[in-house]
Design a protein around this ligand. Structure first.
Ligand code: SAM
Length: 255
């Protein structure tokens, strides 16, 4: 039987499920701070763009660990509303602003930013395409820091290979992704894998209660049931094949 892929679900339904969760992808404050440690010359003049920010878990970490001004952008207006409300709650609204937009058509000036951040989102437009497009909005010597789904090994079982080729057709190895970073005009500065707790504690476990709640709300809705079945399969595959893939933080400096 042909398996349904994530691309077949309505964007609004996926976001309705995820925006009630603190994070919409694997990650953690610790790993965001670790990546931030590779960025030189942060000051109160620094301008950061956080692309595909979701409800802003990592945006707030960036704001709380720098003095920078941050523009956070996402295609989904519901996430941006939540992000802006959180910024107000944390007293960060003078430095953090969420806007609706698409990361493949950024509404910014050339050379506007010192740092472009993006966790778990660049695959939506493609790693190479994203790095290429975003470079124009970075100042010379500016940095890009992204997490991206990557293979840890040169070969893997067919079942997990098929899953990821459906979800992220360009998925590749860490070495290849670093070479793309170099080819698109950045000096690769660091690459490190996100540890398992970023997946298990911060992404997969919090989904469990949300899945029950979502199914209750959408009782009898086959599309919603299929979406939850897909999310459960993602979790099962992670526990079976996590040695073969994961998210990698890639940090590069614009040449
Ligand atoms: N960075 C957040 C996090 O780690 O919790 C969210 C990651 S979530 C896996 C991916 C995000 O990318 C979603 O919020 C989705 O709405 C957003 N997205 C998808 N396509 C986009 C696009 N073309 N432009 C901007 N955001 C997009």
């Amino acid at each position: 039987m042909e398996e349904i892929t994530i691309h077949e679900f309505d964007f609004a339904l996926i976001n309705e499920f995820f925006t009630e969760l603190e994070r919409q992808g694997p990650g953690s404050s610790e790993e965001t701070i670790r990546a931030l440690g590779f960025i030189d010359n942060l000051s109160n003049k620094t301008k950061i763009a956080d692309l595909g920010c979701g409800t802003g878990a990592q945006t707030m970490v960036l704001a709380q660990n720098t003095e920078a001004t941050i523009t956070a952008l996402d295609l989904y207006a519901g996430s941006i509303d939540k992000l802006n409300a959180t910024a107000v709650k944390l007293g960060l609204q003078n430095r953090v602003k969420g806007i609706v937009g698409s990361m493949d058509n950024l509404p910014f000036q050339n050379d506007e930013f010192d740092l472009i951040w993006s966790e778990g989102a660049i695959a939506n437009i493609g790693f190479e395409k994203g790095l290429n497009h975003w470079k124009g909005f970075l100042k010379k010597d500016g940095y890009v820091a992204v997490t991206y789904e990557s293979w840890f090994t040169d070969e893997r079982p067919a079942e997990i290979e098929k899953w990821w080729l459906d979800a992220v057709p360009e998925i590749s190895t860490i070495g290849h992704n670093i070479s793309i970073m170099q080819k698109t005009g950045y000096i690769p500065v660091a690459a490190f894998t996100l540890p398992e707790n970023c997946w298990i504690d911060n992404y997969l476990i919090p989904q469990k209660a949300r899945q029950e709640e979502f199914l209750k709300k959408h009782t009898g809705n086959k599309t919603a049931e299929d979406l939850i079945a897909l999310m459960r399969r993602e979790a099962d595959l992670y526990s079976k094949y996590k040695q073969y893939y994961g998210y990698v933080f890639y940090i590069g400096k614009k040449m």
